[in-house]
Structure formats: structure tokens, C-alpha cells
Design a protein around this ligand. Structure first.
Ligand code: NCD
Ligand code: ZN
Length: 346
């Protein structure tokens, strides 16, 4: 018997589309299944102003193949020089849906990120006033803090005090990877949500390190031990609207990943929905998939869920997914869940 599941068309609330040839190569992989995505602004140079976001949006729409539909939801890259009035105008015009805070040095292309959070108060106050969400890469970059502890330390030493000082700020803690992240998002007072990636629901740090270094499992925040992955699974399948999908699909070409200093990022756009159906089925929670992929995110961002639907079909034998996609910027390896997948979007 073929099992099938029809859900509202999903959106991706954290996506890296890049620019130029890479953009052209990866955009169809997302647009095939997703209606909208919060597009990360960490280009080189970053997307800082409303004018830059408008131009980037134009390049994304120009790269969209004929006949495909996709709506990029633009973000601005927060710097210590960001102009609150420019942010407010970009939000008012309907262009910008969130502002992204990268601690300087935390991840790919974050060199222009924030060093002194106190300098952000005027812009954060303005965002609280106009209801514009702040998406946070929640890791400290202090060299003494172990990389596996950086999220938990960030929550205690940066996030909690910041939200105390600006209680009206809508915060999305991005790509949470720890039980501490889950507990904070689920339990904190005020307007907080958390995105969870596809890969962090599937892998733990053993996938990255046991039996040889696997650069395609290296992303930031780095995958933690299995008990944290399981906490993320409980959060994603709980039905709690504070948790929703942000794939953090982050393409780098294979040369950049398979290197003595490999880039951080897992490319999951191609098989995300097959992976998620697998995880939710394993957790006995297929009925919670639609909330996670298609309902909680729009509610959080003040948008309606998509009108149309997608259908996932469970096959009796494994379905094949490409190992790599070809782009004009070189081949990009697709996330390997490490086991067969049986679900496919029809
Ligand atoms: C992202 C990238 O490559 O832009 N990498 C990653 O490992 N997730 C940046 C980010 O979201 O941290
Ligand atoms: Zn990201």
C-alpha cells in the first residue's frame, strides 16, 4: 500500500542562496518545493542596506527559471553602523522581513558582523517598535570557549541579557543545536522562536568525526552529541509553534568543502523534505510535519500559510537522490543522511 501525505506548501525560514553562478545553480533546488524563504544576507560584501537587499532580490528573481514560482523574503545584515531609519523604511516597503545578527567571526562571511552589541541598541529599539524580527546566529566567538559550548554560553551571556534590556524585540534563535537552545526557546518569556535545520535533526558529531573526517557534515553551529540531536527532534515534533524549519541549506562547491580548511555549511535544499518526512515518521509524528514546515513559520512572520499543497509519497524501496548538483560555480554535494530515504515529493 502506498502511503501519502499532503501538506500545505512549505517555506524555508533560513536559507543561503549566494549570488551569481551559485545562485543560478541552487535556486531551483529550493523553488521546486518551497514557496518562500528567508534569504540570508551573508554575501561578500554583505547585504546591509535596503537598496542592497532590493538589488539582491532582483538578482534572485532574474535567476528563477521560467515557470517556477518563488518569493524571496529578504533580510539585512546587521552591522554596528546600520541605520535604523533605513531598516525601518525597508521593512515598511514590504521588502525586508528580518534582520540578521552575526557575531563577528562566528561563521562563513561574518567578518563584518557585530563586535559590540551595545552599539546596536538604537536599531534594536527601532526593530522592537516596528515588530521586525531579529534572527540571531547564537554562538559566542570567544577563543577560550569550546566550540561545542558556544551556543549555550551565548544564550546565558548574550541573548538573555539582550532580551532583558529590550523585552519587546522579536527574536528568532537560528539553527539551534543544543538541549539548552531548545529549553530556552520553549521556556523563555516574551517573543522568541527557534529554527531547526534538517541536518541537525539527523546527524550528531559522530557523523562528522568517526571513521574519518566528513567535511560535508561540517556546518556551524557544529553538530553536537546525540542527546542534543534527540532534544531537537522532540522540539521539532512537539507541535510547539515556537519551533519551525530553517534548513540553513548552505552551498559551497566541493573544492571549498574538501579542503585543508573546509567551509562550514550543509547543502540540504534538494532532499530536505524527504529527510524530514523520514525523521517525523521515525518519531511517530508525521501529523506534526505540516506545522513545522508550513504553518508555524508564517504565523511567526505575520504571513498567511501558502494556499497550495505538496504531496509526499512513501515508496516501498529506497528513492534515489542525486549525490551532487552541478552549478556554474562547481559541483555541490547534496546532504547524505547516511541511510536510504523512502519519501519523495510527487
Ligand atoms: C553558513 C554559510 O555557509 O553561509 N554556514 C553554515 O555552516 N551554516 C553560515 C551560517 O549560517 O552559519
Ligand atoms: Zn545559515
Amino acid at each position: 500500500m502506498t502511503e501519502s501525505l499532503t501538506i500545505r506548501r512549505p517555506d524555508d525560514w533560513h536559507l543561503h542562496l549566494r549570488d551569481g553562478l551559485m545562485l543560478a545553480g541552487v535556486l531551483p533546488e529550493t523553488a521546486r518545493h518551497f514557496a518562500r524563504a528567508i534569504v540570508m544576507p551573508n554575501l561578500v560584501p554583505p547585504v546591509v542596506t535596503g537598496a542592497e537587499a532590493a538589488a539582491y532580490r532582483g538578482r534572485i528573481m532574474a535567476a528563477l527559471p521560467e515557470g517556477m514560482h518563488f518569493q524571496p523574503l529578504m533580510t539585512l545584515y546587521l552591522t554596528e553602523e546600520t541605520d535604523p531609519d533605513d531598516v525601518a523604511a525597508a521593512h515598511r516597503s514590504g521588502l525586508v522581513h528580518a534582520v540578521k545578527l552575526y557575531p563577528a567571526g562566528a561563521t562563513t562571511n561574518s567578518a563584518s558582523g557585530v563586535r559590540d552589541i551595545d552599539k546596536l541598541h538604537p536599531v534594536l529599539e527601532k526593530m522592537a517598535e516596528i515588530g521586525l524580527p531579529l534572527c540571531i546566529h547564537g554562538e559566542v566567538t570567544t577563543p577560550e570557549v569550546d566550540i561545542f559550548d558556544r551556543e549555550a554560553v551565548f544564550i546565558d551571556t548574550v541573548l538573555h541579557p539582550l532580551r532583558d534590556r529590550i523585552p519587546g524585540l522579536k527574536v528568532t534563535l537560528e539553527h539551534i543545536t543544543t538541549a539548552e537552545g531548545v529549553d530556552y526557546v520553549a521556556g523563555a518569556a516574551g517573543d522568541i522562536a527557534g529554527t531547526i535545520t534538517t541536518h541537525h535533526l539527523m546527524i550528531d558529531r559522530n557523523h562528522l568525526l568517526v571513521g574519518g573526517l566528513k567535511p560535508h557534515y561540517y556546518c556551524l553551529p557544529v553538530a553536537k552529541r546525540r542527546s542534543h540531536r534527540d532534544a531537537l527532534r522532540r522540539a521539532a515534533t512537539s507541535g510547539n509553534p515556537r519551533f519551525f524549519l530553517g534548513t540553513d541549506s548552505a552551498p559551497h562547491n566541493d573544492d571549498a568543502k574538501e579542503s585543508a580548511c573546509g567551509c562550514a555549511g550543509c547543502f540540504t535544499a534538494t532532499n530536505t523534505l524527504a529527510c524530514l518526512a523520514h525523521v517525523f515518521e521515525e518519531e511517530g509524528a508525521l501529523d506534526k510535519l505540516e506545522g513545522f514546515t508550513s504553518l508555524h513559520g508564517p504565523a511567526r512572520y505575520g504571513l498567511s500559510p501558502n494556499d497550495d499543497t505538496i504531496t509526499l509519497v512513501r515508496h516501498d524501496s529506497p528513492v534515489s537522490t542525486p549525490d551532487k548538483i552541478a552549478t556554474g560555480a562547481g559541483p555541490v554535494t547534496v546532504f547524505d543522511p547516511g541511510h536510504p530515504l523512502f519519501w519523495r515529493v510527487t
